[in-house]
Write a protein that binds this ligand. Structure first.
Ligand code: OGA
Ligand code: NI
Length: 364
């Protein structure tokens, strides 16, 4: 089973943001209004150029060795300096990408009563609602989420797989198979870029855990006051994020203390390094804090896949990446315990990784 918290949680009233926008389009309840320090300074944001690295997967899998080597180097730089990149020519059929978007959108467009047949219980992360809310006074994200455990089968909660829209389940199965293969391929190249054997991660991960979260961000009359999704790093090994077609800018990553927008590229998938790879690589490849902002007129949809080791696995920095110059920064732990820690804490930057950090020894 997916980890669940063992303490009682009072979340108070959570407005459904799609309904709120329908009934009171200019109202932004206080629970959504961020403290000054957290508000996205949208007006001050210069339109950021598309700096996020782009990796051409067809060149990585291709037979041109020189080209492959160059792409591996680019991947290494992307992971070391950004923790985020976009993959193009990923080989996933456009119909697969389009179909999942369609069923996701159709799901969010259903009447509230229909969506509420699949409720996300407080403190859990599957179903429809808002995840990571643990108290009555916690600020809320301007977002509706629908999340499901997909693999291995034991993390599935069949009651939460919706009967509407038609073909949702099959479409998600097909999509998830393709994304799983992409994750495996990417982890292989990530291993190679670290000078490691291509299959280290696959061998280490056991039966990898895969979950999907669909995020629907309705437009907001005051995007300057709210956040679509609070700053966080992902607990996964890697994450694959698909932005809805024609998406407005929404995803931002924290780079050298500044929020940089990820410009959507048609048919590209956004990949980011999660906490697990940060630990395994002893901090060489870091998970990067990111968040989502909303838009005054446009809605935005994202479909996010988290790929992580089996909950059974014990993890820690890999011996090859620990030496005198790079002393061990994280302890060993059970990945199920880490996942439980992750889902029982609110999203708060990279705070959850404290779980694994070893305090550097202070010299006397
Ligand atoms: C996530 C996430 C960003 C987005 O779901 O973990 O970072 O743009 N989403 O939806
Ligand atoms: Ni994320």
């Amino acid at each position: 089973m997916a980890p669940v918290p063992s303490f009682p949680i009072k979340v108070g009233h959570i407005d459904d943001v799609q309904e709120l926008r329908k009934t009171e389009p200019t109202n932004v309840p206080q629970r959504f209004v961020r403290d000054m320090s957290e508000r996205p300074k949208l007006a001050a944001m210069v339109p950021s150029p598309n700096d996020i690295p782009i990796i051409d997967l067809s060149k990585l899998v291709g037979s041109d060795r020189d080209e492959q080597g160059r792409q591996i180097m680019q991947l290494k730089t992307a992971c070391e300096e950004w923790g985020f990149f976009q993959v193009v020519n990923h080989g996933i059929d456009s119909s697969v990408v389009e179909n999942i978007e369609e069923v996701a959108k159709d799901f969010f467009m259903l009447p509230l009563e229909e969506k509420q047949k699949y409720p996300m219980a407080p403190g859990t992360v599957q179903g429809y609602g808002q995840a990571f809310v643990f108290s009555e006074n916690q600020k809320l994200d301007w977002c509706n989420m629908f999340a499901l455990g997909v693999e291995p089968p034991c993390i599935r909660n069949p009651e939460l797989w919706p009967s509407k829209p038609a073909h949702f389940g099959e479409t998600l199965e097909v999509y998830s198979r393709e994304i799983r293969q992409l994750c495996k391929n990417l982890l292989r190249y990530i291993a190679v870029s670290l000078g490691l054997k291509g299959d280290v991660f696959e061998e280490m991960f056991g039966e990898a855990v895969q979950a999907v979260r669909m995020n629907y961000y309705p437009s907001c009359s005051r995007p300057d006051l709210v956040l679509g999704l609070s700053p966080h790093s992902d607990g996964s090994a890697i994450t694959v994020l698909q932005q809805g077609k024609g998406s407005s800018v929404g995803l931002q990553i924290l780079k050298e203390g500044k929020w940089v927008s990820v410009q959507p590229i048609p048919n590209a998938l956004v990949i980011n390094i999660g906490d697990t790879i940060e630990v395994l690589t002893n901090g060489r490849y870091k998970s990067v804090e990111h968040r989502a902002v909303t838009h005054k007129e446009k809605d935005r949809l994202s479909i996010v896949t988290f790929y992580a080791p089996s909950y059974e696995v014990e993890l820690g920095p890999m011996a090859e990446l620990v030496d005198k110059k790079n002393p061990c920064r994280y302890r060993r732990y059970n990945h199920g315990d880490y996942s439980k820690h992750y889902v029982t804490n609110k999203l708060q930057g990279k705070r959850t990784l404290e779980f694994a950090k070893i305090e550097p020894e202070t010299s006397a």
